[in-house]
Ligand binder design. Sequence first.
Ligand SMILES: Nc1ncnc2c1ncn2[C@@H]1O[C@H](COP(=O)(O)OP(=O)(O)OP(=O)(O)O)[C@@H](O)[C@H]1O
Length: 269
Amino acid sequence: MSLSNNVAAAGPVPAAAVASVTVRYGQSTALDGVSLGFASGVTGLLGPNGAGKSTLLSLLSTARRPTAGTVTLLGEPDPKGAAVQRVRRSIGVLPQSFGFYPKFTVLEFTEYAAWLRKVPSAERRDRAREALRLVEMEQHADRRMGALSGGMLRRVGIAQAVVNQPSLVLLDEPTVGLDPAQRVGFRGLIRSLGERCAVVMSTHLAEDVAHVCDHVAVLLEGRTRFTGTVAELCALPARDGGADAEPEVNGTSVEAGYLHLAGAQAVTG
Ligand SMILES: Nc1ncnc2c1ncn2[C@@H]1O[C@H](COP(=O)(O)OP(=O)(O)OP(=O)(O)O)[C@@H](O)[C@H]1O
């Protein structure tokens, strides 16, 4: 794909990931010739249930390979074998739900994640503490995982995703299940992550996109329906309706832009 088509093509930062892919599950097509690039900052993947967001994230995490097409990750085109292992060390993933042994302490769990990501043993404890500091969970390092609130668990989920100091962080609906105050705090955390590396975040929540994302890709039925800045998404209804007012970028205008593309389908699922 040409970088001029990228979600996040602006600036001199090379793309952390470029996917030009089709994915089929048996007879059904989950991604149909999707071409997207992801660079620094936070890119939101917006789309209704079944649009293909999680499938795209699974390609970017190397958990799945496309049926057709290629995924270039951190400069490595179509990584296989040793290249996959190398690339995985620089990727962090927060899945929609993650398993853990409830008796693990927060620190033990985060160190375990560091071990999984092949962080050298001499560095694991320091990296785990640093990741917990980033998500403001250091003071809870000795608490058992099974005793954490939902919001705390999401924070530890981010800590385990960044413990290997990744260049690419993939977050699958990171704010689901958080109360409004936690969601606001979490958005700040994700924004600050986007200042260090490329973050790709799937979400159903227009408010999250408005407050967190630099760029947005809208997926509908396995196809890319829109790529651009959040302001460009918000401007769509006014542009196509002929109005010349610049809409303010907020959750309502992101939702209006999205609904303009998606017809009657609701953003929240
Ligand atoms: N393992 C699988 N086997 C068969 N079909 C699948 C599988 N995983 C996903 N699909 C199908 O692929 C399509 C895309 O699913 P995907 O989970 O990527 O969408 P999504 O946008 O993440 O949805 P949601 O917002 O509900 O999480 C859907 O039609 C889904 O039913």
